[in-house]
Ligand binder design. Structure first.
Ligand SMILES: NC(=O)c1ccc[n+]([C@@H]2O[C@H](COP(=O)([O-])OP(=O)(O)OC[C@H]3O[C@@H](n4cnc5c(N)ncnc54)[C@H](O)[C@@H]3O)[C@@H](O)[C@H]2O)c1
Length: 254
């Protein structure tokens, strides 16, 4: 059984971010033709595009905001073939529950959950219309199951992603489309890295909660995602692949 993805067309939203670019590098290294999609301008996105690496064939870039359905439809329609669509764009803005504003709440649901609905439905419609069923993957998080403090809106958006994937998996199975979730742990990149650098209470909590000891690398998330894209995962749908270093095992200080 091959883990190669030669000739596969893969679109990744949030592709001009740390985890999305690592996914792009891993998947193009396995032979896929990768399109990164992000709200950043092409100039802003350049450093992440470079990470994919010319040696791997590089990646194409399309600027689109996942909250804008028309832009998502246009971006995905430009990807042919579309074998895998990865809804990975996301935001986090920490606030104690008593202080979360309605605006912050909406922003999380719009970007993290509705953004993936847009990507998931748009990709699924393209796959059905083209008669080329493929896979849809959402980047959620271990906090889809575990209420980490001061990110209630984020955690709810990720819990919603899990049910979105399960609902889609059920309805799209008859079209041959597989829908799964990758749930990383605490990654030393992207959103969590920024929180570690700017929120002392976050950094303090992180030191105690990872049974495997170290934060995850973006490359480790990318490798687990590559599994979901591979032939070995061809009987998985509606699943969450939890790759969290044991965070959700509830390690307590002893
Ligand atoms: N870093 C972690 O510890 C961690 C852990 C678990 C899950 N995740 C998830 O991984 C995914 C990637 O996050 P990251 O850590 O690489 O952060 P990141 O900030 O490096 O990347 C996120 C990217 O999403 C883009 N984005 C945000 N809103 C967008 C929108 N409306 N439209 C289009 N693009 C948009 C940003 O421009 C950015 O490039 C997110 O879904 C995040 O929730 C991250």
């Amino acid at each position: 059984m091959s883990s190669r993805l030669d000739g596969a067309g893969i679109a990744i939203t949030g592709g001009a971010g740390d985890i999305g670019a690592a996914m792009g590098r891993e998947l193009s290294g396995l032979g896929a033709s990768v399109t990164l999609i992000d709200r950043k301008t092409p100039e802003e996105a350049e450093p992440w595009l470079e990470r994919v690496g010319e040696a791997n064939g590089g990646a194409s870039y399309v600027q689109a905001d996942v909250r804008d359905r028309g832009a998502v439809d246009e971006a995905l329609a430009s990807v042919e073939p579309l074998d895998v669509a990865i809804g990975n764009a996301g935001i986090v803005d920490a606030a104690p529950f008593l202080e979360v504003t309605e605006e912050q709440w909406r922003e999380h649901l719009d970007a993290n959950l509705t953004g993936c609905f847009n990507v998931g439905q748009s990709a699924a419609r393209l796959m059905v219309d083209r008669g080329t069923p493929g896979r849809i993957i959402f980047t959620s998080s271990w906090v889809q199951e575990v209420p980490w403090p001061e990110i209630s809106a984020y955690s709810v958006s990720k819990a919603g992603l899990r049910m979105l994937a399960r609902s889609m998996a059920r309805e799209l199975a008859r079209h041959g489309i597989l829908v799964n979730v990758i749930a990383p742990g605490i990654v030393s990149a992207g959103l969590a890295k920024r929180q570690m650098e700017t929120e002392p209470q976050y950094a303090r909590r992180v030191r105690n909660v990872i049974p495997l000891g170290e934060p995850q690398t973006a490359e480790q998330v990318a490798r687990a995602t590559a599994f979901l894209c591979s032939e070995a995962a061809d009987y998985m749908t509606g699943s969450t692949l939890l790759a969290d270093g044991g965070c959700s095992l509830f390690q307590f200080e002893e």
